[in-house]
Design a protein around this ligand. Sequence first.
Ligand code: SAM
Length: 229
Amino acid sequence: MNVTDDKTIVKDYFNSTGFDRWRRIYGDGEVNKVQLDIRNGHQQTVDAVISWLTADNNLAGMSICDAGCGVGSLSIPLAQAGAKVYASDISDKMVEEAKERALNTLGQGENPTFAVQDLETLSGSYHTVICLDVLIHYPQDKAAEMISHLCSLSQSRLILSFAPKTFALSILKKIGSFFPGPSKATRAYLHREADVVKILESNGFSVQRQSMTKTSFYFSRLLEANRHS
Ligand code: SAM
């Protein structure tokens, strides 16, 4: 399977069965036990990012690119905390849902701005670029290109999360629950932390803060990298 195929499959998935599944996981309605575990794990990752950013005490007016924003789980609270958020996602269904949630939560539709766009074609320059739980959908070579592109959009900082290869054995046993049913065809790719760090460094970034969320069905390594001065 080539890279274009991966991207088309991911996009189609998040506009169909994946949309229904993840909209529920990233919501507050009733879900099954596995989905609840993933919901809680993902929320821990989102909370970790928010706590890092609020601890710095300079969020007001900061430009943030949320690449692969999903239903806005991170973009909405960041906008609420005063950041200027540019959110985008490859799936128009996810973006539509994110816009609706933002309007309901924030009572305005100006910030975040939401766009249907894949992160490879994003342009512009942002203080901070964030990409949570997107790399799991892409193989190593494609992920390397994506990380390098995200670095080029960032003036100061890049925050990334990915499923680490260290947990390969345990995650492989449970991989079926990420993409159940017919959409199992959508693969989940794990990434070696050393590879990710090397790509960040080759783009002039070094890791400052890190965190790991591990529940029964959710694994996510979170890295914050800053551009060398
Ligand atoms: N970052 C969000 C969060 O943590 O709440 C959503 C994570 S969800 C597991 C993955 C998201 O990445 C989906 O909304 C999907 O449509 C999006 N996505 C996948 N490939 C993408 C790409 N190449 N460019 C932009 N978005 C992409």
